[in-house]
Design a protein around this ligand. Structure first.
Ligand code: CP
Length: 319
């Protein structure tokens, strides 16, 4: 599939995936997000960068963090936000995705933020807008199937950079259901593009495909070995809704072998941080003592998601 997210000048036209994005584009987004973090501390948090623009949130799949922080981010940029209620929309009467898009475009949409269970749906929309010469409308992928979740990848990088500053010396471990995880794929592309020297993925063979090694990561099936001396641990949720067949004996068995407990966390560096994109399954991939402990930065990830999404939207809107 062609990648239509950069225009002919190499500028970001849509944000569909981190794969293939140059380091300077990622760094520009992260630096812009830094400036928006300071706005969050002000009494008046709004800036007029998207005044008069209409952002349509199109969430065809459930979300708590991404949908809400996109809405907050758009409002802080002074945009008008329309949250389409997909269940009550004409999609339920058989209207095609692209017909829905054409109708919303006719309402003078400036940006579509799209989450969809089908990998490639945001690409399809972006390509349609290019084909129909609607270059003024931007698409942001808010998570598509098991393919990509670029703003989650960016907010994860923002969080790592905040706590660790120098990415060029880090060892990062991504643990769990990598097979079904769009977050893992976006994180791996971002970590590699930003120059993190060692990225490990840890999980059972059924959930960590050997083909991941092509992305330049080290694969571990043993949790104790994989966690040794890491600086950052990114835990992943078991994506039961995307699993077909029996890939695991049980959630209890998974926790026994791959759940992050305080005991296992002690194998990492003493100042290691623990991340999770959410939603968490306590007692399945992570123990509550870790999730609520002093090394967890999971809620900071959520907060930084606002600034990162403000940065993405304002850059796309041409600021
Ligand atoms: N991290 C993430 O995508 O969470 P939501 O599904 O709540 O948006």
């Amino acid at each position: 599939m062609p990648n239509p997210q950069l225009n002919q000048h190499g500028e970001l036209q849509h944000l569909l995936t981190i794969e293939g994005l140059p380091r300077d584009v990622l760094t520009h987004i992260l630096d812009t997000a830094s400036s928006f973090v300071s706005i969050s501390d002000r009494e008046v948090k709004k800036v007029p960068l998207m005044r008069g623009k209409s952002v349509f949130n199109l969430f065809f799949e459930n979300s708590t963090r991404t949908r809400t922080t996109f809405e907050i981010a758009a409002k802080r940029l002074s945009a008008d936000v329309i949250n389409l209620n997909i269940d009550a929309s004409s999609a339920s009467k058989g209207e095609s995705l692209l017909d829905t898009i054409d109708n919303l475009a006719a309402m003078h949409a400036d940006m579509f933020v799209v989450r969809h269970a089908e990998s490639g749906a945001p690409f399809l929309i972006a390509q349609h807008l290019i084909d129909t010469r609607q270059h003024h409308i931007h698409v942001v992928n808010a998570g598509d199937g098991r393919h990509a979740h670029p703003t989650q990848g960016l907010l994860d990088m923002f969080t790592i950079r905040h706590y660790k500053q120098d990415l060029s010396r880090l060892t990062v471990a991504i643990v769990g259901d990598v097979l079904h995880s769009r977050v893992a794929r976006s994180d791996i592309h971002a970590l590699k593009a930003l120059g993190v020297p060692e990225v490990r993925v840890i999980g059972p063979r059924t959930l960590v495909p050997p083909s991941l090694a092509d992305l330049g990561v080290q694969i571990y099936t043993d949790m104790a070995e994989g966690l040794k001396n890491v600086d950052v641990i990114i835990m992943l949720r078991l994506q039961n809704e995307r699993m077909s067949g029996t890939l695991l004996p049980s959630a209890q068995e998974f926790f026994k072998n791959y759940g992050l407990t305080m005991e296992r966390l002690a194998l990492a560096k003493p100042d290691a941080i623990v991340m999770h994109p959410g939603p968490m399954n306590r007692g399945v991939e992570i123990d509550s003592a870790v999730a609520d402990g002093s090394q967890a930065v999971i809620l900071s990830q959520v907060t930084y998601g606002i600034a990162v999404r403000m940065a993405v939207m304002s850059i796309l809107a041409g600021n």
